[in-house]
Design a protein around this ligand. Structure first.
Ligand code: RNT
Ligand code: ZN
Length: 418
């Protein structure tokens, strides 16, 4: 079947495929730099353990070890991904060199430590999101923003404030808002004696970070919740209720972020999107694939990813209300492929959502019979042809046309890394 034949099939359902393609092309989706090096960063010993209750598993060859390698890998991925890409950096990816005075600790980070990233983004026309890094650092005691130790807490508050200034710099240099996500792995392995103390301290710490002046049109601070982490199974300071309440009571300076790996396994973020959008003008997402826990597998084109993207589209999220970012890190497979497959799958799910007729009227007429028939029949529509056309319009390879180039890059470049 050709694109024109597929287009006619969708037109019969009242869907304009060209309009769907044109719309998706301009929607920013943030590509996380941390898939490329297993969340190690450049500011501390790369062989230190990853803390905060997150974990990368696997030891596939070719991890990026330097900013140059990470940027080269990102460049490869960017060329394989259709649509509007945005970078997403963590503070631990600061680049220190002689020109900017060398290494400083996280509480002393400055915009100049991200100048090379700004140059990278500018050359490629990308915006950039940002994340303070509250893990994998000797100052995690193991708590950070919720620590009872005032010195620890201050260090991390100062880090958060530094990150607000860096986010302002990224937004101003790149001319696009910078979503700055606050997530900590603070929590306990076993039953705590005091559950409210850490939460009150966490709240006060975020208040202090957000007291750093910023323009909410340029910097979009988020708070990300979590159900539990590895080694911190009993109690999470930044639980769903905590972060949602924080965002709800600080709507003038903060938005809620949902990561779909951060809920109990039968809970779905697809359903939480409209629930939050009934109250918040803006929300943020980390799209991932959790298997049994927050395992951060590469995003697949599975039912929940499709449903989640359907809700983004149906709720008007593509007009800016939903800040879309990816968050997964698989170290057991080729990282370029991991990045690319996940990004392309999110694009596929968004495109499918844009090709879905609005059946609200059937629902409101209580016509559940026809609604089921229509929704099920959509599943065998010729989506592949529209996807290929989208890739063509975006100037990236279609399915079946990119993996060999990754294999070549693996042989020629990645295998040479120690
Ligand atoms: C961890 C959170 C968090 C991190 C990144 C690296 O469970 O999802 O967003 O994955 O900040
Ligand atoms: Zn996340």
């Amino acid at each position: 079947m050709s694109y024109l034949e597929a287009k006619a099939k969708y037109a019969a359902l009242g869907i304009d495929t060209d309009a769907a393609i044109a719309k998706l092309k301009d929607v920013p989706v943030a590509l996380h730099c941390w898939q490329g090096d297993d969340v190690r960063g450049f500011d501390t010993d790369p062989n230190k353990p990853l803390t905060g209750g997150i974990q990368t598993t696997g030891n596939y060859l070719g991890r990026a070890r330097t900013p140059e390698e990470l940027m080269a890998d990102l460049d490869f991925v960017l060329k394989l991904c259709p649509g509007t890409k945005k970078m997403n950096l963590h503070a631990c990816y600061a680049i220190f060199d002689e020109e900017n005075g060398g290494w400083v600790d996280r509480d002393k980070l400055e915009p100049k430590h991200f100048k090379k990233w700004v140059d990278f983004c500018k050359e490629r026309g990308l915006g950039c999101d940002f994340n303070p890094t509250f893990f994998s650092h000797p100052k995690c005691d193991p708590l950070t923003l919720s620590s009872p130790n005032e010195e620890t807490r201050k260090f991390w508050i100062d880090h958060g404030k530094a990150c607000i200034r860096i986010s302002t710099y990224l937004a101003e240099e790149l001319g696009q808002p910078c979503v700055m996500n606050i997530w900590t792995g603070d929590g306990f392995k076993d039953i705590p004696a005091d559950r409210i103390g850490p939460r009150v301290r966490y709240k006060e710490s975020i208040d202090e970070i957000l007291s750093e002046p910023f323009d909410f049109n340029k910097v979009k601070p988020c708070v990300e919740s979590k159900v539990f982490g590895i080694g911190v199974e009993s109690y999470t300071v930044g639980s769903a209720e905590f972060t949602l309440s924080y965002a709800a009571t600080n709507k003038d300076k903060c938005i809620p972020l949902m990561d779909n790996g951060h809920y109990h396994p039968t809970e779905v973020v697809s359903d939480k999107i409209p629930a939050l959008l009934a109250f918040f003008p803006e929300i943020a997402l980390h799209i991932t694939r959790g298997i049994r826990w927050d395992s951060d597998h590469v995003v697949a084109l599975d039912d929940e990813t499709k449903e989640l993207c359907k809700e983004i589209v149906r709720c008007g999220g593509l007009e800016g209300a939903v800040k879309i970012a990816l968050d997964y890190f698989d170290a057991s497979i080729n990282r370029i492929s991991a990045w690319t497959v996940g990004f392309r799958n999110v694009q596929k799910a968004l495109l499918m959502a844009l090709l879905t007729p609005d059946y609200t009227a059937l629902q409101n007429e209580n016509n559940w019979t026809e609604l089921m028939v229509r929704q099920e029949e959509l599943k065998t529509m010729p989506f592949g042809e529209i996807w290929e056309e989208y890739c063509r319009v975006c100037g990236v390879p279609g399915d079946g046309q990119w993996f060999d180039t990754v294999k070549k890059y693996e042989n020629e470049v990645l295998t040479k890394r120690g």
